[in-house]
Design a binder for this molecule. Sequence first.
Ligand code: 5GP
Ligand code: ZN
Length: 131
Amino acid sequence: MCIFCQIVKGEIPSYKVYEDDKVLAFLDIKPVNPGHVLVITKEHYPNIEETPIAELNAVISAVKTIGRLLKDKLAIAGYNVTENNDPVAGQEIPHLHFHVIPRQAGDGNKPWLQAEYGPGEAEAVLKKLQD
Ligand code: 5GP
Ligand code: ZN
């Protein structure tokens, strides 16, 4: 059984922030910033495509609740919502979870490295997606 399933079952302790019938939210053990919350489905699904839409709706609804809570109670300026989908994308725990990461001006975090498209590259990708 995966670590997050063990947290859902209460076999591993966690600092719970929110819970409903489909979703559990708790503090990440290694926060990017204090108040970093993980929002997970109570059922085990490995990634977004494998997760039924009702569960995804419940998760994103909980993300909204957590975002409001963090802004109201921790006086944060904003937050990042991220989901590492599959190991190549940095997913270490194979149980669907969204990160809600509090941000403050000047905290130094920069989530993405970005690059320019080369000539014709965007059009080639678009063609593959549309074929
Ligand atoms: P991932 O890389 O899979 O998107 O993120 C997994 C997250 O789970 C990491 O940020 C990591 O700190 C957190 N994590 C791993 N094990 C535990 C644990 O036992 N308890 C809690 N609360 N968080 C954990
Ligand atoms: Zn699991």
